[in-house]
Design a protein around this ligand. Structure first.
Ligand code: ZN
Length: 379
């Protein structure tokens, strides 16, 4: 049992100074004063002057590594659990990416279970960039229905030279399989969509929505901040009810080539009156960040970092004047709701005790609890 006292609680909405009581892995009570709760076995943590937030939900991490666009030596490494905890991330969604030949869903699933054993909450997507979809049971529908950790399919790639150039009909079929599997298993069955640099932008998704009964909310497109034209198309897409995810891992060179930092993209989207429930940020952690020249030749490759999620949230607040509640929402409540992760993303009685304590001024991370356990990484 733990009693966190006198914290400024952002649930992510600001609910004022509260005590939060944790037993095992759950939040049991949130009140002005809970001094009467617990006993000599209760650990009391004085969080005076600190901000208490939900643990962050990172909706896209290449937990088994990714990339390889520059040859075998450029395959990126697996994510270590400390890389999540150091950035206040207590829930991750793992995905394959470009390479589903030397990397497998079996490996992704094993890594997901491994991270869960290490105290993180971890889920994953079946499928990859490629069509026909890879799966463990020869069907993405069966994967989502029969394997608990698979909550959807992705990253399915569109508008990218590395994609399988799916047709609108093929995308509609994938979305419908994910949707039905989700309905039958009580999951969202979301389709995580990697959107590349090509001029078609989000057209494949809007075409599916126009030509079928698949709702726009079945898709969860990411990397929307990668260039200005896509960002603008993204705002139009969101105004039709779609979700938008901005990628926080980046490099100076990528920004020079036209990417908008995720924090700024979030501020711009909010200024366009797009509701924060449709807006999220994810790290794309452990992905490769390849830079191609105009001829399509790879000229540089870096590795995405999960900790960039927290950094971008701080940047949104301190640099772009996004209210803390909204910046927090984009990495807690919004992704948890979009993915139907029931007990995640909010400070609420009955929810999992995934909690961060932040410095009130700098918003740096002081302490991290995942499922009630103190998992703070000493810096
Ligand atoms: Zn991607």
């Amino acid at each position: 049992m733990k009693l966190i006292k006198n914290a400024q609680v952002f649930s992510p909405s600001s609910i004022g100074q509260k005590d939060v009581f944790i037993a095992a892995n759950k939040i049991i009570a949130i009140e002005d004063d809970l001094s009467h709760m617990g006993n000599e076995l209760t650990e009391v943590i004085d969080a005076s002057g600190q901000i208490l937030t939900p643990g962050f939900v990172d909706s896209l991490v290449h937990i088994t590594g990714g990339g390889g666009e520059g040859g075998y030596a450029t395959r990126t490494p697996e994510m270590q659990v400390e890389e999540a905890f150091i950035g206040g991330v207590t829930t991750v969604i793992g995905a394959l990416g470009t390479d589903a030949e030397t990397r497998s869903l079996e490996n992704l699933l094993a890594k997901t279970y491994g991270l869960e054993e290490q105290g993180l909450s971890a889920f994953c997507y079946t499928g990859s960039y490629h069509y026909p979809m890879v799966s463990i049971t020869q069907s993405i529908k069966r994967d989502i229905m029969l394997i608990e950790k698979f909550i959807g399919v992705g990253e399915v790639a569109i508008s990218d030279h590395r994609s399988s150039q799916m047709s609108v009909a093929e995308m509609a079929r994938v979305a419908s399989e994910a949707r039905v599997a989700g309905m039958l298993s009580g999951k969202k069955g979301i389709v995580s969509v990697h959107v590349g640099d090509e001029t078609a932008k989000l057209l494949k998704l809007t075409s599916v929505v126009e030509q079928s009964d698949i709702p726009i909310s079945q898709f969860y497109p990411t990397h929307i901040n990668r260039n200005k034209a896509l960002l603008k198309a993204g705002f139009d897409y969101a105004k039709q009810g779609g979700y938008l995810d901005f990628t926080t891992s980046t490099t100076e060179q990528i920004i020079e080539q036209g990417e908008t930092p995720a924090a700024k993209a979030l501020a711009m989207a909010l200024a366009e009156d797009i509701d924060v429930s449709q807006l999220t940020m994810s790290s794309d952690g452990n992905a490769s960040l390849p830079i191609f020249d105009e001829q399509g030749q790879l000229i540089d490759l870096q590795i995405g970092r999960v900790s960039s999620l927290h950094q971008s949230m701080v940047e949104a607040v301190l640099l772009h004047q996004v209210p803390l509640e909204l910046a927090l929402s984009s990495i807690t409540k919004s992704p948890a709701n979009i993915l139907s992760l029931k007990y995640k993303g909010q400070i609420k009685v009955g929810h999992d005790a995934d909690i961060n304590l932040l410095d009130k001024t700098t918003l740096s991370i002081n302490q991290v609890f995942a499922k009630g356990q103190d998992v703070t990484v000493n810096k």
